[in-house]
Design a protein around this ligand. Sequence first.
Ligand SMILES: [Fe+2]
Ligand SMILES: [Fe+2]
Length: 358
Amino acid sequence: MIKSLETPEPQLLKPGIKAPVQETLLTPRFYTTDFEAVANLDISANETELRAIVEELRADYNRHHFVRDEEFKQSWDHITGEKRRAFIDFLERSCTSEFSGFLLFKELSRRLKDKNPLLADAFNFMARDEARHAGFLNKSMADLNLSLDLSYLTKHRTYTFFPPEWIIYTVYLSEKIGYWRYILVHRHIQANPEYQFYPLFRKFESWCQDENRHGDFFKALLRSQPQLWNNWTARLWIRFFLLAVFATHTITVFERVTFYESIGIHPRKYNNKVIQETNNTSARAFPLILNTNHPEFFWRLEQCSENNLKLAAISNSKRSKITKFLQKIPPSLAIVWHMLRLYLIKPIDTESIRETVR
Ligand SMILES: [Fe+2]
Ligand SMILES: [Fe+2]
């Protein structure tokens, strides 16, 4: 039996407007970067592929997709209790990460306009997509009588600085993992329509194609910068980011077991599948991927999640600050230990496979 936390009752900023969840290491972040350095990237090594992807983005295949049709126009008051709270939490987390993508891409397109028009166009088209995604999710939240004040979020969230190379690694991975998360929910709901308690899920098929294209753009950008994949430091960073993204995914899935069960998805099978598929996909961009078939791989990821649930239970307890601090030491050390052991599992070289295929 997989344990889960109860989703807390949503806090309000004002009537109908939900206060954003407290920022933690695991809530979707807002990013800023060295815009000058991105503008100066020399993309000539992979310009043809980048141009082709920008033309795909320009074609805007999904411009008529994000329409709230008749099926949305009804009362959703019958979704109640823990299921409602868990669904709102899912919508909020998704909306925040879509909106975070929008803000970063919009700023990149604005700052790159004069210096690098091709990249500026790409970021502009991707910002367009993410704004649609965030808007659609926020309207779904409004159907449940709660929405996010996105301008409040823009002003009050802290922005994390990532150098351009980290942005490229993490956004590439989050687009590809986003693709797999959406498509696997979609396929499941299509096969089991009795779980479609809200029409959002059937929108995911075309939606995830946007994320797929965004991921392809970042892949092409990454491959245009050999220093991001053809040396040992790059390989160490890539191992780190793959693991960080997979560990975060595991922890957030196991925190939201109620939501996945409410749509008939087995959280463990879903988590493993999303990670395996994302890992396999990233072989096209990275010189290595992680060995998800190693017998300890998923076990250790789940140990991180178990310890994270322990940390959350300690935080929510009514003990003194100092007691909480001391009680948090063993689970925190356990997470660090499992992450270290995971990091040291020998990765799979994809560059040599690429060479043999060639
Ligand atoms: Fe998106
Ligand atoms: Fe995206």
